[in-house]
Design a protein around this ligand. Structure first.
Ligand code: FES
Ligand code: FE
Length: 370
């Protein structure tokens, strides 16, 4: 799989970041086959609230039913195929009504009404419900899987996280599912999704492009590989009171975070499209939505203890730190994307030793996509 260039490992060749056919294979074999983190559960705060997201080549509609449970469907009317919901989010009161001929589905996807239905005995309502999509909730998010036979969520998502955190299951201490949304930023990045993951997985670039981050985490100035050593958790600078843009104090430590994790930063990638950052008083969750070989939408949530959000505390100092990191990272990815089609990168580039763990990600992708 991964090839060596002298003592260094090779990256993927340039076309893997630009070729629409390769991207279509990734959509099919990764985003439509693995568990995909689609929505924040709390965004759907009442029955009828919905959100539409692109998962691979499909538009998926996630809604909350009358029993308060999340449900996911393909966003396609069973009559003549019109897209049911064209908005990114919204709320319906009387079920999901198709804007074309007004077929109406309840929040469990069942066809409940259609104009003249009583005069069309051939139309069997039970046969024309929406196509449902499997959904699991974890960390306060709804994860969907379009595969006919989904892989085990416990093994491929939860277990994989635990394993790659050195078995420590660090993430449990933060009780992410109990946190509240303090801020959200959405970034439209002109780069292939793999460039964004690769960038997130290494900190060789931190000294060059992240002055604010390396002020708080001086270890990163040495090009330490953040992801590979995730179980280790770099320590805050002694003068930093909190994980904030100016080193000012943050909020009280989250209740489950032990002393051993205080004043430390942990980061992990949940393949194929989620990054999580854990610091004592908040958690940052990035979800990527790859929309083309050269375009990825990233939604980033900053999560705090519910009482911090409820009292309207000023979260801007912590949000600003990682917002800047995001802008710096995405600018680097956008600088790289055009060069992927250069003849200079036809055979790819190289991974220095602190980036060698990225080869494992490449092997994972190649093993699935071919
Ligand atoms: Fe939806 Fe006709 S396509 S009702
Ligand atoms: Fe970075």
């Amino acid at each position: 799989m991964t090839t060596a260039v002298g003592s260094l490992l090779a990256t993927l060749p340039g076309h893997r970041y630009t070729d629409p056919e390769n991207f279509a294979r990734e959509q099919e074999h990764l985003f439509e086959s693995e568990w995909f983190c689609a929505v924040r559960s709390a965004d759907l705060d009442r029955p009828g609230a919905y959100r539409t997201v692109q998962v691979g080549r499909e538009s998926v509609l996630v809604t909350r039913n009358r029993q308060g449970e999340l449900r996911a469907f393909l966003n396609v009317c069973r009559h003549r195929g019109a897209r049911l919901c064209t908005e990114e989010s919204g709320a319906v009161r009387r079920g999901l009504q198709c804007p074309y001929h007004a077929w109406t589905y309840d929040l469990d996807g069942k066809l409940t009404a259609a104009p003249n239905l009583t005069r069309m005995p051939d139309v069997d309502r039970t046969a024309y419900g929406l196509h449902s999509v499997r959904l699991r909730e974890w960390l306060g998010y709804g994860w969907v899987c379009l595969a006919a036979e989904p892989p085990s969520f416990e093994e491929t998502v939860v277990g994989d996280v635990a394993e790659r955190l050195g078995g420590a299951e660090v993430i449990r201490h933060y009780a992410v599912e109990a946190l509240a949304l303090g801020a959200r930023r959405t970034y439209d990045v002109a780069a292939n999704w793999k460039l964004i993951i690769e960038n997130f997985m290494e900190c060789y670039h931190c000294a060059t492009i992240h002055p604010e981050l390396t002020d708080v985490l001086p270890e990163f100035a040495d090009g330490f590989a953040a992801q590979y050593y995730v179980g280790h958790g770099p320590e805050f600078a002694s003068e930093a009171e909190g994980f904030t843009v100016d080193g000012s104090a943050g909020f009280e430590r989250l209740p489950g975070v032990p002393d051993s994790h205080d004043r430390r930063y942990y980061a992990l990638t949940i393949r194929p499209q989620v990054f999580v950052n854990l610091v004592p008083d908040h958690v940052i969750v990035h979800r990527m939505f790859p929309t083309a070989a050269d375009r990825t939408v990233v939604e980033c949530d900053w999560l705090y203890a519910p009482e911090v959000v409820a009292r309207g505390a000023d979260v801007s100092h912590s949000v600003e730190l990682f917002h800047r990191v995001n802008l710096q990272d995405f600018a680097a990815c956008e600088r790289t994307q055009p060069a992927m089609s250069s003849r200079a990168y036809r055979a790819g580039g190289v991974l220095v030793p602190s980036e060698h763990h990225i080869a494992e990600f490449h092997d994972w992708v190649t093993g699935r996509v071919g």
